[in-house]
Design a binder for this molecule. Sequence first.
Ligand code: DC
Length: 223
Amino acid sequence: MIITIDGPAGAGKSTAAKALAAQLHFLYMDTGAMYRAVTLKALRKGIDWQDRAALIALTRKTTVVLRQVGAGDLQVLLDGEDVSAAIRQVDVTEKTQYIAQEPVVREVVVSWQRKIGEQGNVVIEGRDVGTVVFPKARYKFYLDADAEQRIARRLKDFTAQDEKVDTATVRKTVLDRDQSDMTRKASPLKKADDAIVIDTTDLTVEQTVAKMLGYIDTGGLSL
Ligand code: DC
């Protein structure tokens, strides 16, 4: 069974997806981590963001492994190196749009995602996972929340990581990402026609997951 969760940055996808995967004993797949890992590699190599051929060649020579560690948690391995923390840095977050907008790069990264999807029961989160990657997923969710709430959540994430960022920078990063995720030509963020929309603005993680579980027929699954 494949369950997809799409939505903008800060809508609560990751926390909800991890909790849902843990409750259902499903694999959890964070597709944003894959785009982030490729971005980190390109940053380290100093590749010109306009050099499409170089970005494509780099992606083709990259291995990203999402290793399940504990209930619903992941370690992100870039060519074997643990980059779980490094891919959350602000500079990686800002530059990911260059990787995410390149159609051929997306084709390669989507092929990694489909391979993981073949392994069985998966909760997968991203921007295009219900529309492009797994259009036939059994359940599709689209999580959204007010921009101010999403900005506040991102600030909290950075504080938890001990990263010093100011509100204005986080606001700009979130709004810029909304803009680039929703307007890029290749697989833009949008709600699948058959997705269930959940507004998480006033919901806790537990409430969000409970809502999602309310839609999922778990008959036959041992919870
Ligand atoms: O979910 P996240 O913040 O880790 O995602 C980082 C970026 O990766 C996001 O701004 C857009 C891109 N992304 C994408 O284009 N498609 C996905 N399925 C997931 C993420």
